[in-house]
Design a protein around this ligand. Structure first.
Ligand SMILES: [Zn+2]
Length: 526
């Protein structure tokens, strides 16, 4: 068996550090890919075990800690037949990577990459957590009124100096992977002088959320990027990759510079409407990736009943077609893939999709990313006005109220002919009132088309049942299955994989030999 001992953090040279040695033992990994090890030997970056053991044995330290550490190291080395000590270049300054949050949880993602000179500091995502330290669900509402410094003291905001509005701005830029709040929700606290890079779709959704969901994203200093077009931020070159995810226009980032090539996946999958993107990425993966920072949301989770978006559309179609009476579909208006599936299923069954003003606005804003995003004026789409949504829209731009009016549907029209209506619903007081008001229209059915966890947290099912409405779940995940994670790793062949956005980072080690499992706020030299 061949082992490879990577000295990625300079710990071999730092023998006084017992802590370092413990960490280093994590780096002893079985290498199945022989040519990779050979490559290091050929490059003169590796040393043979025997010489190394002899070298260490020759060191005699009066300091007990150091002597123990040397003993431990020699024992560790003796266990391996062939050792490659891959030098990270002692004395050479290295860029540093810190995952401020996300090493052991889904949500609240925040990654920092600092160049070796210290002159370029990038923040990748700045999300609101989904869970507290004890894994109970995080409720932003209870902290909303806290000041910036209180949020920092409570460790709700990631500990990044020079990022927030009360600091002297020292972060070079923030890069957002996609418009999910667990990736951008804390943007409101970022210093206004720091530029925020995002895709045009992400920008559109942050604007929508500002108007409707009180996300308070600063929009003065946004710079939009184009997918696959490299741009520079300080000492790094960044290439965004369009990824298949439940948020439209989601990006992964290839970050090059400082002798490193890093790939941050953001959130992704390969079974949505843009699943082909994962196929393309694996067929033409960027080479020589040193560090792959990869999400692992699906580890420890069931894959669910529906394996992809196509089967979701088919199941919706089957149900809508056979349904007598109105059909309520509960989903997120920002999950574009799902809206398209619902629209297509409704059209194929000859029924009209009724959306609310907020959804009409989301789709309107997303028309910027593609002409195939369904629009309020398309055949088979009608818009239900609510006072609350109309108010929000009017605050933003009164003209929009008139714009969507051409597709407005009145309540009476739904009541009159409920059989040919599919109503996009939310678990909100407004929609519960709508459902109660439509009770007299007769039979109805409901579809929950979101992550099952949200249903568990709500009494929606009881509410619907008490109104005689059966609920079925039709959903597929926004995140990559284990097989898709493996597919990406096999194609990319990164030197190291760093887990993020997962409750089970240790499961990465069961799948891959070259995993660096970090803790929140732990900094590593690359
Ligand atoms: Zn996401």
């Amino acid at each position: 068996m061949t082992y490879c001992l990577y000295d990625a953090r300079g710990y071999v040279g730092d023998l006084a550090s017992i802590h370092g040695l413990n960490l280093m033992s994590d780096y002893v990994t079985t290498i199945t890919n022989e040519p990779q090890v050979k490559k290091f030997f050929e490059a003169g970056q590796a040393t043979i075990t025997k010489e190394l053991i002899a070298g260490f044995k020759a060191i005699h330290s009066p300091d007990k800690d150091i002597a123990d550490t040397i003993d431990n190291l020699v024992n560790l080395l003796s266990k391996c037949d062939t050792i490659a000590i891959i030098s990270d270049g002692v004395g050479i300054e290295c860029p540093e990577l810190t995952i401020h949050r996300g090493t052991h949880e889904i949500g609240g993602s925040c990654v920092e990459l600092c160049s070796s000179s210290g002159n370029t500091r990038l923040i990748l995502d700045i999300g609101i957590p989904l869970v507290n330290a004890d894994r109970s669900s995080f409720d932003w509402g209870t902290h909303r009124k806290s000041t910036l410094s209180e949020l920092r003291v409570k460790k709700i905001l990631p500990a990044v100096d020079g990022l927030y509005e009360s600091d002297k701005p020292e972060v070079t830029a923030v890069l957002l992977s996609h418009a999910h709040l667990d990736h951008y929700g804390f943007l409101r606290f970022v210093h206004p002088d720091i530029p925020i890079y995002m895709s045009i779709g992400t920008k559109a959704l942050t604007e929508v959320s500002n108007a409707f969901l009180d996300t308070s994203v600063k929009i003065e200093n946004i710079k939009t990027f184009e997918m696959w077009k490299t741009f520079r931020v300080g000492e790094f070159a960044i290439t965004p990759y369009l990824m298949d995810h439940s948020a439209p226009d989601a990006a992964a980032f290839l970050i090059e510079g400082d002798r490193q090539r890093i790939f941050y996946t953001g959130d992704f999958r390969g079974h949505g409407r843009k699943g082909v993107l994962l196929d393309r990425l694996t067929k033409d993966a960027p080479p020589d990736i040193n560090y792959l920072i990869m999400e692992g949301s699906m580890l420890g989770r069931e894959e669910g009943l529906y394996s992809d978006e196509t089967s979701v559309e088919q199941a919706l179609y089957d149900l809508i077609l056979s349904q007598k009476g109105i059909c309520y579909v509960f989903t997120s208006s920002q999950n574009l893939d799902r809206l398209v599936s619902i629209y297509r299923a409704a059209r194929r069954s000859g029924k009209t999709l009724v959306i609310d003003l907020y959804t009409a606005f989301v789709l309107d804003k997303l028309s910027i990313i593609s002409p195939s995003v369904p629009q309020f004026k398309w055949e088979g789409i009608r818009v239900l006005y609510s006072y609350h949504h109309a108010q929000k829209l009017a605050d933003l731009d009164k003209k929009l109220l008139y714009k969507y009016k051409t597709s407005k549907i009145e309540f009476e029209e739904i009541l009159d002919k409920p059989d040919d209506k599919v109503l996009l619903a939310k678990d909100s007081r407004y929609f519960r009132n709508v459902i109660i008001k439509l009770r007299e229209s007769g039979k109805a059915t409901a579809v929950f088309s979101m992550w099952h966890g949200y249903l568990e947290k709500s009494n929606l099912q009881e509410f619907l049942e008490s109104n005689g409405i059966p609920l079925v779940e039709i959903h597929t995940s926004g995140h990559a299955y284990v097989s898709q994670l493996q597919m990406l790793v096999n194609a990319m062949k990164p030197r190291w994989i760093i887990p993020i956005h997962t409750f089970y980072p240790e499961k990465f080690k069961e799948m891959f030999p070259n995993v660096i499992q970090l803790n929140d706020d732990e900094t590593i030299s690359l």
